[in-house]
Design a protein around this ligand. Sequence first.
Ligand SMILES: O=C(CO)[C@@H](O)[C@H](O)COP(=O)(O)O
Length: 224
Amino acid sequence: MLKIAPSILSADFAHLAQSVQKVEQAGAEYLHIDVMDGHFVPNITLGPLLVKALRPHSKMFFDVHLMIEQPERYIDDFVQAGADLICIHAEACTHLHRCVTQIKETGAKVGVALNPHTPLNVIQYILPLLDLVLLMTVNPGFGGQKFIPQVLPKIDELSRLIKQNGLTAEIEVDGGINAETAPLVARAGARVLVAGSAVFGAPDPAQAVHDIRRAAEQATAAIC
Ligand SMILES: O=C(CO)[C@@H](O)[C@H](O)COP(=O)(O)O
């Protein structure tokens, strides 16, 4: 079951609720919300206030990607604002297990993100606790970057690890995903595809959601 997660980073912030509703009507399952602090990544974006403002306008699953240092300081605020899942970066946490546990205790789903260069073994012993693993396919910080193909074997390896151990974590990918790269990541085992510029930068974002889904589904159908 593939899920499409438009990233609001590329959306029209002046008309955010309408932009979000457009992709929701097109069947996108997750709304990917990129939170950046100007420290962990060079860019600054949004905080819990915006998540709270958006929450009444959408029933989509709010997938909040915290690209921030010491994320433990803000977990409760984002959950209270309406996040369904909080994803933290392994590289940004000194005590990753403690942060994961903190998120689980709020009742929200929990994800851990890995930068393109970060090996999978940093999450080896906490994988059973995770609902989602986000493998970055660009270096985090900006939309519109080029997909890094060297991450494909990592997606494949994680997919096998999850299957072999009977685990349930979803594999999400983020960065440079469009109708051309979606088949590659879907074939490798990704099941949640984040797309920012390919959706909100397209003349018809709803059509872009359909195109990315169709491309990925055709690729996975060819394997089965
Ligand atoms: O987290 C990030 C960037 O750090 C992403 O979610 C981007 O927003 C994806 O944008 P595109 O690469 O799809 O344009």
